[in-house]
Design a protein around this ligand. Sequence first.
Ligand SMILES: [Zn+2]
Length: 499
Amino acid sequence: MASDSPPTIPTSTKPIPAREEDLSNPTTALLSFDTDSPTTSKSPHKPTTATIIFISLVLLTCIALSAAVAFAFLFFSTPQTTLNTSLSSSSSPTSSNDTASRPLKKLNNPVVLLISSDGFRFGYQYKSSLPNINRLISNGTEAELGLIPVFPTLTFPNHYSIVTGLYPSFHGIVNNYFLDPNTGEAFTMGSHEPKWWLGEPLWETVVNHGLKAATYFWPGSEVHKGSWTCPKGFCRNYNESVPFEERVDTVLDYFDLPSDEIPVFMTLYFEDPDHQGHQVGPDDPEITRAVERIDGLIGRLIEGLEKRGVFEDVSIILLGDHGMVGTCDKKLVFLDDLAPWIEIPHDWVQYYTPLLAIRPPKGVDLKDVVAKMNKGLESGKVENGKHLKVYLKEDLPSRLHYADSDRITPIIGLVEEGFKVEEKRTNKKECGGAHGYDNAFFSMRTIFVAHGPQFARGRKIPSFENVQIYNLVTTILNIQGAPNNGSLSFPNSVLLASP
Ligand SMILES: [Zn+2]
């Protein structure tokens, strides 16, 4: 147990040391009693006859022994109750007896199946009973308070951080939409040219090691990079109309291949519950139904893996890319309201909300733009102005890691949770959901659930940023990864040691 819980990552096994303390106390008490009892049997010796001494000693010994028996009974019976209570609570799912990883039963090599349920906000797992996801949680390792997305908490930047271990400023996908400052070309979610996609995604790392990878949708997976050519049959071109069941069944089919041809790394992607979250916000019953559907798909997957005898062999990592927060039109900031301080032309703005991205033309004093915008926002005369703050990108909080790329616009606005930035007032009225906010907001967190031979059962780990996933996967696969922003010690703090 100690071997899988280094000091940096506390585990759910905390109650176990507590139980050990419970046990040690009575033991010490009994020992001290035993040690003390001879002392109590000591009696003051008087220089009288041997008989008197002998009788006195026998009497005193009897009294001492009676006392010893009585005290022993008291001491022993009380802790016994505590012991029984402690042992009965050890059957809770958060306890874990794992000390070393479990050997593979059927597969020849470790296999990682990385599943993304888009917009699966942390907490959605409590919306319904979700028997299948909960089966993975209770028999696997879970980020107790969720997985922390990278900033901006948007789909493309996060999915690509998960598979490269890089912050967006380093992997290049700094937003779902942005312009190349040198060429003026636009990146969109349909751009598959390798020049946009920096870093080394897991499928490329795997193929570089002479192993097979298979992707059933993932942002960036269709991009030909290095030795990854998005091979037919092992890489799907994105098509949101493919039924989720078909995606699961295709992944299951890979396990019917001859052992040495089974891809060691696979991805599986579902658009839900992000799709519903945008329409109705995170608290609508429609989200509960969407999450239940995802649970059903996980059940279909588990059943298929069990049928093939490989469920316990496969390392399943179930996660999301970001959370979701409710938005309504009353929480709006209009850039047009800043006109008395500064006019922000439409073509300066690359992205409005929740991440405000502004690139004024060359020659414009950037500091002056930021100062005037903030002056207006802080004036108290702009509706909801105090909920938006504008920065030069180099002045953003360093924890956001959002400055080191010329693709990031020089001026960035951060809006408060649930607020939206728009150009001007319109007639459209809507309430829904959004993401893309500061990754410090709890509502932006998603889930991390991992099940497999190297994950302790019923273990809870603290929240961590998704740039750690890359090293986690390469460690499970026992391959050398590319340099990245994750920590090299992270995998050992989460994974069970090799037997
Ligand atoms: Zn998303």
